[in-house]
Design a protein around this ligand. Sequence first.
Ligand SMILES: C[S@@+](CC[C@H](N)C(=O)[O-])C[C@H]1O[C@@H](n2cnc3c(N)ncnc32)[C@H](O)[C@@H]1O
Length: 358
Amino acid sequence: MQGHIAENTGKYKKGGAEMATMTFHQAKVVGIDTVFGASPQLINAMTDKAKICPHLQRHYDLPVEEKSHFLKTPEALYLFGNIPENVAKILIRGFLRGTHGVETIGWEKVVEYFRANSRIIPALTENPGTYSMLEKMYHFEEVWGPIDIYFKMSKAGGQALRNRYDAVNNYAIAHINEVLAKQNHCLVIDVGSGPGRNGIDMCLHNPIYRKRVKFDCIDIDPLAVKLGEKLVLKHKLANFSFIRTSMTKLNGRYPDNVDYGLLIGILCGLTRPERIGLLRKLKPYFRKGARLMAASLSEEMAQEDLLCAYILRETTGWGLQYPPLGELREVFEEAGWKYEGYFQDEPTRFYEIGIGIA
Ligand SMILES: C[S@@+](CC[C@H](N)C(=O)[O-])C[C@H]1O[C@@H](n2cnc3c(N)ncnc32)[C@H](O)[C@@H]1O
């Protein structure tokens, strides 16, 4: 195990979006259901968040002098040097003034250009919870063009997300090994799994998992399931099932019998009440004492990579949430879980990756 939890802080000492469619374009809602205590938008885990997160708005409102350094990073210089000057000018003006896209004169030119010259932007606009952006940010899929290369280079994009991916896998392996030290088999559910990259990676590094760990990957998106099924076939992993259903509709399938869970890339687009509603809904699936690992974006991303946060929100309408570090504990506890502590994507530290105990 890479780290352990510091008793007082609850932080690991050594560490390693049914999002909102809304907005500029007609968006596709992938599925419909409701979660107790959550708005109906929780649906495909993240939809209709026209309202900006107040923790992000705080950073939008900073004076120009405190924001101009974001325009000088290597990835920002690369982006502005490779897109048309008029588009770059409008974008920079909006960013420095902290205006929301629609309030910025000429903003539609930025949106049009970003949609036409990126694969990531249109995919996120249509379905902010899509796994397809992560395929690129985890470096499984090539990117093309200055906009997508910018995202892959940026701290908030290819850096933090890949760091999160590695940290999640390392900690999950340690946790699953603890379960296997006590019992012969371990049932893992990956909630909102996408194509199941995390579990697949863990099995490829730990051959004993093929026989002793069962991964149930739950995802509502048929394309994610299709890719996952293709990958497990390729790697001859018979210990995977893909369950194409909503994470909130699993009642009866898991009667207190799940030994370990992953909830990665799901909470980031949900408001606090939605997070509590979802965690409350998931808890009865787990046997008493079992762990659930859940990742939450934190305000650090707005602090450290405001330009990327601005571009993402203002060109796609994606209502990412930026709660302060430590809020995940409160959310788990309000949902009836114990909180063991958290670790982070190192060295970026944009995510609080918390461990709840059922
Ligand atoms: C951002 S991706 C995260 C994928 C994966 N967990 C990872 O971290 O690489 C979010 C995934 O959650 C899925 N999803 C969204 N809402 C869902 C729901 N209500 N039930 C099941 N899956 C859902 C999406 O289809 C998408 O594949």
